[in-house]
Design a protein around this ligand. Structure first.
Ligand SMILES: NC(=O)c1ccc[n+]([C@@H]2O[C@H](COP(=O)([O-])OP(=O)(O)OC[C@H]3O[C@@H](n4cnc5c(N)ncnc54)[C@H](OP(=O)(O)O)[C@@H]3O)[C@@H](O)[C@H]2O)c1
Length: 333
């Protein structure tokens, strides 16, 4: 298959390109950079970004141009991953970039697909599990889940993320696509053993005895192991019954205190200093990020994937975490 990855130069692009190359697919990454940027540590494997079967094609993530539309023409699958990283302070300029990079790139991809004589059969569009409400009491699946934004205790940065997700999905669904099936991937945190990825960063904190619960530790963490992420993407590509919003998350989200304990256990660390809200706020300012990523409760389950019979290799955090910790240790030598 010929698979186009707009915004595929980042973390998920790496995970997917690696997977698609193993399966002998042809991968084209649309990037704003002319030369491939130095990317994550690949362990013993060759980086997909230096593999001749991966081509980098320029785009600006805003306007349709012939050079990248012609790549989509006649391709099989488009997986749009573009968006300014949310790992930053949500001040006005970053808010604008976070919002516009998602809305504009989704629109550009949609416009390009509508201009194709031979459009791809599937468009997988990134969205996020953050779209659901900040809740503890019940899990959100696609049918009965509550879209967030109206909760009384919602902090401003949390509401912003939900607003972005809604605008992102709205932009991607503006198009009439008679022959292209569209999926909005409401993805949870993807855990892979790549250097500088979220699992690596959390493991570093745990090893410094800073891996205690965050806040009161009751907030749910939704996550997915990279093996299940790529298998879910394969399923979304081939299963014609799956369309619209699809939660791409393990079936067992868990409270933050248990999530952090899993990380400590997998790394053989018996103690982790709990971090209260004010400590996290100071840490987030120093690390130029937001506490939202740690404190908002994301209790999201894969309703549609499970109903379609998708089976997770790593449905539970304890096993997923052990596997990732072992792989990360091997990659780091
Ligand atoms: N990683 C996760 O666990 C996770 C979970 C849920 C949702 N998501 C969403 O899935 C998508 C991919 O995630 P990721 O972790 O791979 O993100 P990432 O590492 O930040 O990569 C995203 C890519 O988007 C492009 N980009 C950045 N700023 C842009 C802008 N202003 N305009 C257009 N493109 C821009 C960049 O490519 P170039 O610089 O090469 O153009 C970058 O490589 C993101 O939209 C993210 O919000 C990720």
């Amino acid at each position: 298959m010929k698979i186009i990855l707009p915004g595929g130069s980042g973390q998920l692009g790496l995970v997917l390109a690696r997977h698609f190359l193993r399966a002998n697919h042809q991968v084209v990454i649309l990037s704003r950079q002319t030369a491939p940027r130095k990317v994550l540590n690949m362990g013993e494997e060759v980086s997909p970004f230096s593999d001749s079967r991966v081509r980098m094609v320029a785009w600006d993530g805003k306007r349709v141009e012939a050079q990248w539309r012609d790549e989509i023409e006649g391709s099989d699958v488009v997986i749009n991953l573009a968006g300014r990283s949310v790992n930053c302070r949500y001040h006005q300029k970053n808010r604008r970039l976070i919002m516009e990079s998602r809305v504009d790139s989704a629109r550009a991809v949609g416009q390009a697909i509508t201009q194709c004589q031979s459009p791809p059969s599937v468009w997988l569009q990134s969205s996020t599990a953050t779209i659901y409400s900040h809740r503890y009491d019940a899990a959100n699946d696609e049918a009965s889940g509550v879209i967030g934004g109206e909760e009384p205790d919602l902090e401003d940065t949390w509401k912003f993320s939900i607003d972005v997700a809604k605008a992102w999905e709205a932009a991607a669904t503006e198009f009439n696509l008679p022959t292209t099936r569209q999926v909005l991937m409401r993805t949870a945190m993807v855990m892979s053993p790549d250097a500088n990825g979220v699992f690596d960063v959390l493991t570093g904190l745990v090893k410094k005895f800073l891996g205690g619960r965050n806040g009161d530790g009751r907030q749910f963490v939704s996550w997915i192991h990279e093996n299940d992420f790529v298998a879910a993407i394969d399923r979304l590509i081939t299963d014609k019954t799956l369309e619209g919003p699809v939660n791409v998350a393990s079936p067992n989200p868990l409270p933050n205190s248990d999530f952090m304990k899993g990380l400590r256990d997998a790394n053989g660390v018996s103690f982790g200093l709990p971090a209260s809200r004010w400590m996290l706020e100071i840490g987030a300012r120093l690390m130029k990020t937001e506490t939202e990523l740690l404190l908002k409760s994301r209790r999201v389950v894969p309703g549609k994937l499970s109903a379609a019979g998708f089976e997770f290799q790593f449905p539970r955090w304890a096993e997923a975490c052990k596997d990732l910790a072992r792989k990360l240790a091997t990659a780091k030598g």
